[in-house]
Design a protein around this ligand. Structure first.
Ligand code: NDP
Length: 298
């Protein structure tokens, strides 16, 4: 068996196109351009590249992008004052604070300061709680971007996943835990594995859907994979090559798994592009909610 490649790059481009259509429609009907504020503290090179991409893609989606770049020495109180200003600014519908923040900053306090309606990362405890209890309608949560994008790719590939066995490797607040909530919400039977899990290879072998979000290059091996499984590789790891340069790999040994899986996301070009596309979709939703409109269909 050779796995079908799940083309996250193409899916994300389609999603960004639908978001742009929605943003243009909101401008025509209400004269409102969705606004996303990105706050970055310090000079982490990976974050800088990521933020530059966000800013570019926000503009391309017909949205206003406001970029706040603060020195690494920024004090907690100054950062919180900026969040307060952005919370109060009617032109800003989404606020994203790029993580990780420098060590002296209390990240949890900063994230909690963002008003839940503008929390387009979906990390605020109100949105986390709403996702966990399955709130609907006006109380629907804003969903964390990476797991939401992963779910879209899974459902686009497999259709209805009712009753499927899903194994998620990784239990972070950013990926693993919200991924579990989303898969549960879609009626999969979900197991969350982590660094203390016993016999991880055997557990992974039970998965119809295997999501790897670990941060360990190529940890999931070919013989861990059930024949025909759908593999979602969230990992982004930079490793050295023989020629002294570096390359990006996921948490899954891609070449080995190709022969076992039914479908698999590549790295790069799988989950990665979905994250920013979902961020833009969340910003469009936040802009609609600020006008008391129903959530847009994307
Ligand atoms: P974290 O470091 O926050 O979490 C890693 C998880 O993996 C933890 O739950 C940890 O377990 C578990 N883990 C670590 N080692 C093992 C092991 N040997 N066996 C089983 N489980 C293990 O990472 P994130 O969730 O933030 O990110 C995971 C990966 O996804 C990274 O490569 C990151 O770069 C990537 N990522 C990609 C994004 C994208 O846009 N595509 C967005 C966000 C992240 P424990 O809790 O027990 O310590």
């Amino acid at each position: 068996m050779t796995a079908k490649l799940i083309d996250g790059k193409a899916f994300a481009a389609g999603l960004r196109g639908r978001v742009k259509t929605g943003a243009d429609a909101l401008m025509s009907s209400h004269g409102v351009k969705p606004g996303l504020a990105v706050v970055i503290v310090g000079e982490d090179p990976a974050s800088q590249v990521y933020v530059r991409n966000k800013v570019k893609q926000t503009a391309e989606a017909g949205m206003e992008s406001i970029h706040h770049e603060l020195p690494a020495s920024t004090e907690q109180s100054k950062l919180e004052a900026l969040i307060d200003d952005l919370n109060a600014d009617p032109k800003i519908h989404g606020i994203l604070v790029q993580l990780p923040l420098p060590g002296h900053v209390d990240s949890d306090a900063v994230l909690a300061r963002i008003t839940p309606e503008k929390d387009v990362d979906g990390f605020h405890e109100v949105n986390v709680g709403r996702l966990s209890i399955g709130s609907t309608g006006r109380s629907k949560p804003i969903i964390p971007c990476t797991p939401w994008g992963s779910l879209m790719l899974i459902q686009d590939t497999l259709g209805d996943i009712t009753g499927a066995n899903a194994v998620i490797v990784g239990r972070s607040n950013i990926v693993g835990k919200p991924m579990a909530q989303l898969l549960l919400g879609a009626n999969a039977t979900v197991t969350v594995a982590h660094s203390r899990t016993r016999d991880l290879p055997a557990l992974c072998k039970t998965a119809d859907i295997l999501v790897a979000a670990v941060g360990r290059p190529e940890m999931v091996r070919g013989d861990w994979v059930r024949d025909g499984a759908c593999i979602i590789d969230v990992g982004i790891n930079r490793i050295p090559k023989d020629d002294g340069k570096t390359k990006l790999v996921g948490d899954v040994a891609f070449d080995e798994c190709l022969g076992h899986a039914g479908s698999i996301t590549p790295v790069p070009g799988g989950v990665g592009p979905m994250t920013i596309a979902c961020l833009l979709a969340n910003t469009l939703t936040a802009a609609h909610r600020s006008l008391d409109l129903d959530d847009p269909e994307v």
